[in-house]
Design a protein around this ligand. Structure first.
Ligand code: CUA
Length: 321
């Protein structure tokens, strides 16, 4: 349905039909009431027009039944829109567990992509069909927006934090990728392609040779070269929290607050270590702001993450750190 209607991009993800469902429902409701009201305006204007110079309109005193009717019916219709829209929004917002994760960095004016296996791409994103894909996105400079019309997904990519976006491609093909936030002179050139492939083809593509270190392995090297390992290890003179099985766990802070150590928390702790100190540790960690790029931050996050996910830690990573 609608695939040959040039006003709309094709539906190439599981999300697309859900988004289009509510979109066309709202369009239909709006069109119906627009026509109804415009039609009645014309009809009444003709039917009740003044026929004589001295004609005076009849006095009316309102109608409770009528007012209830035109209050209750729109209320119910908008509640349907609200509940349906909220359902679609929450589905779009929360990636299912076990989604394939891909790192995306936006910068003036390109999209840099790195897969967990190490494969890198620029202005292209290869994904398998039929599998949820979760993008973990950051920006190196200004606000960009990652937009795949055929998948009906869009999310701002914001400097200073991570944003997520997820989809399940449903149809193999090459689809437009746009930056949908004005980000400077060459914003209009910040475009690319998303290539959805059959899972076997995708595996072949992944093995195609453009792989470098996995993000986790690159992160491990940074962990050593930046000196993180000096404190974040068993028996260090200045003991910092050990990072094994830290990712995804609940951390108690000095303030007593408890938070889940997610990507954004790890990132913040590297750039602004004093923001959320773990209970029982002195606030001595220096900031790494300006020392690591957005991509390197993602690699460090991937490394910390790998210490909590059995089987994904880079070869040579010690069991306890
Ligand atoms: Cu990036 Cu517009």
């Amino acid at each position: 349905m609608f695939t040959n209607f040039p006003l709309f991009p094709q539906q190439a993800s599981v999300q697309a039909s859900q988004v289009d469902g509510i979109y066309f429902f709202m369009l239909a409701v709006t069109a119906f009431f627009s026509l109804l009201i415009a039609g009645l305006v014309v009809l009444f204007a003709v039917k009740y027009r003044r026929r004589h110079e001295d004609e005076v309109g009849a006095a009316i005193h309102g109608s409770l039944a009528l007012e209830l009717l035109w209050t209750v019916i729109p209320f119910l219709i908008t509640m349907v829109m609200f509940a349906w829209g909220a359902k679609v929004f929450f589905d779009l917002y929360r990636a299912p567990a076990g989604a394939m994760e891909v790192y995306v960095v936006g910068k003036q004016w390109m999209w840099k992509v790195q897969h967990m296996g190490g494969a890198r791409e620029i202005n292209e994103l290869h994904v398998p069909v039929g599998r949820p894909v979760k993008l973990i996105m950051g920006s190196e400079d200004v606000i960009h927006s990652f937009f795949i019309p055929a998948f009906r997904v869009k999310a701002d990519v914001i400097p200073g934090r991570y944003n997520m976006l997820w989809f399940t491609a449903s149809k193999p093909g090459r689809y437009h990728l746009f930056c949908a936030e004005y980000c400077g002179t060459k914003h209009s050139g910040m475009i690319g392609s998303v290539i959805a492939m059959e899972p076997t083809e995708f595996q072949a593509w992944l093995g195609g040779g453009n792989a470098s270190d996995t993000p986790a392995a690159a992160g491990e090297k940074l962990f050593q070269s930046q000196g993180c390992i000096a404190c974040h290890r068993q028996g260090a003179a200045l003991q910092a929290p050990l990072l094994t099985n830290k990712f995804g766990s609940t951390v108690t802070l000095q303030s007593g607050a408890r938070i889940v150590a997610d990507e954004s928390y790890i990132r913040e702790s590297i750039l602004n270590p004093q923001a959320k100190i773990v209970a029982g540790f002195p606030p001595i960690m220096p900031t790494f702001q300006g020392l690591v790029s957005e991509e390197q931050l993602m690699q460090l996050v991937a490394y910390v993450k790998s210490l909590s996910t059995p089987g994904t830690a880079p070869a040579g990573a010690p069991a306890n750190r």
